[in-house]
Design a protein around this ligand. Structure first.
Ligand code: SAM
Length: 261
């Protein structure tokens, strides 16, 4: 059987982008050989057509930046709009530098950065056990030696008195009850990865309060935020050395905060 035999049904089930990602996944997994689907490939397609879950939760993989990452049902599926941060982050001189990926989820940010500079020292942290498990699987998959810490935001680093040259964070930042969140995202993705208190700004207040405790002098934090949050962030980070940037869709999406003291 060819994948074309299923294409009409699959296209009804998903966006054209997801369909193309699926084709990419099938060749990565060798589920298509000489244009013909393997038995595993046919089984997976049938499973996809039956389920309403996000595609990556069924395949167990998501392509992010340049690699296929392992995902599970309890971690955030890495998002396309987050890739812009990595593209800019890897322009920094990361040689022999200490990098923290905080709120790591799958570990897609820290791992993508590390793969571009294997002389860096990588630490990843998250509060969720499932995220820690998933990050460890990805580290093994990419044969990376890194330190993985579980705990509340900056606390594991403060406790150990660890400081970074570069920190990369994609924190939860959605306001609870936000009506713009897609139904399927709210239903199938972990709430702990999506929602934050204080109108979604909880983690930005924490960054403002404690960033100097985990960042070396001249160190930088690269951080994602919600596209309607820039004005609020300007109030929170007033008098700090911060620059705001847009994503590929032209939405304000990330900032770089420098520790100039
Ligand atoms: C938006 S997801 C980002 C995941 C991944 N970095 C990415 O970009 O795909 C936010 C992550 O923050 C974690 N998280 C939520 N609250 C946390 C806390 N208090 N301390 C540390 N991590 C937390 C969640 O478990 C989740 O993995």
């Amino acid at each position: 059987m060819k994948i074309d035999d299923f294409s009409e049904k699959l296209k009804k089930r998903m966006t054209i982008t997801d369909y193309n990602i699926l084709l990419h996944f099938f060749s990565f997994k060798n589920y298509i050989k000489n244009d013909i689907l393997t038995n595993d490939g046919i089984k997976l397609i049938k499973k996809i057509l039956k389920s309403k879950r996000p595609l990556s939760q069924i395949t167990g993989r998501r392509f992010f930046f340049e690699n296929w990452f392992i995902v599970n049902k309890k971690v955030l599926i890495p998002r396309f709009e987050t890739e812009v941060i990595i593209e800019n982050f890897i322009e920094e001189n990361l040689n022999n530098k200490i990098i923290f990926d905080i709120c790591c989820g799958t570990g897609c940010l820290g791992i993508s950065a590390f793969l571009k500079n294997k002389n860096s020292n990588l630490y990843l942290s998250d509060i969720s056990k499932s995220a820690i498990r998933c990050t460890k699987k990805n580290l093994k998959e990419f044969k990376i030696n890194a330190s993985v810490l579980r705990g509340n935001f900056f606390q594991p680093f403060i406790k150990k008195n660890l400081k970074a040259d570069f920190v990369i964070i994609n924190p939860p930042y959605i306001l609870k009850g936000d009506v713009n969140v897609e139904k399927n995202v709210n239903k199938y993705e972990p709430k702990i990865a999506l929602y934050a208190k204080q109108e979604g700004l909880e983690f930005f207040y924490k960054i403002k309060k404690d960033y100097k405790k985990i960042l070396k002098p001249n160190g930088k934090i690269y951080c994602e935020f919600g596209f309607k949050q820039k004005e609020k962030l300007e109030q929170i980070f007033i008098n700090e050395n911060i620059e705001y940037y847009k994503d590929y869709s032209g939405n304000w999406r990330w900032f770089v905060l420098s520790n100039l003291t």
